[in-house]
Design a protein around this ligand. Sequence first.
Ligand code: PMM
Length: 266
Amino acid sequence: MHDGLPVVMGVLNVTPDSFSDGGLYEDLDAAVAHASEMVAQGAQYIDVGGESTRPGASRVDAATETQRVVPVITALTAAGIATSVDTTRALVASAALEAGAVIVNDVSGGLADPDMKRVVASAGCPYVIMHWRGHSADMQKLAHYDDVVRDVRVELLQRAAEAVSAGVNAERIILDPGLGFAKTAEHNWALSQHLREFTALEYPILFGSSRKSYLGKLLNDRPAPDRDVATAATSVLAAQAGVWGVRVHNVEATVDALKVWREWTR
Ligand code: PMM
């Protein structure tokens, strides 16, 4: 919570191929300008990612990923902007933390790289554990659940327990249901409808629905950049369900909607 609103994390993908902002911020000046704009609009953190996680995306190597994110994190840190690093790799997380990142956002929740938890434990930084079952190339094949709400909750709590056993401070763990990762549109809606079963847990919850394809599907296959009104609506409903934070591409739309929610519920 910040000023009565959930924390807003602005997305900055420095990739050629992310599904909604790929190719826009590969240039350092463009990345810094966009991050500064998101902060002016109310983002508390800028989440910097150097590898696309869109369904079907192929992987980049660790050196390429590091070369993409570190200069941006260094420049944003110098500009006084707090960053998180969106990576599943310990090496990238470590370089990003050294460059000034203050949060590690690991969409694999520690599953992709056995060294990640050790890096986070020794940095003592907040650690976002997202629900994940496999890399993007084949994650949609893994979208099978007996009860998606219960299964995602159980798997997230397992990841958190593993992180704590590896020395991560439980008070620094943030959980994220991972909408769209090994999940169908129906799974995403079920997780959204039952978000309170996550916010009732002992960990803060981050919610990442921004521009995702289930919103596009709802809106007759609307392209990603035109899903911001729907995203802002989900941000309000997530706030109402008690989330700690939301991760969005269009910060202004979500902050406007959250301000309306704050006054409405004051
Ligand atoms: N979604 C994407 C990437 N990183 N991190 C967290 N914690 N939660 C998410 O839902 C999430 C994420 C999807 O790709 P994008 O960067 O293009 O939004």
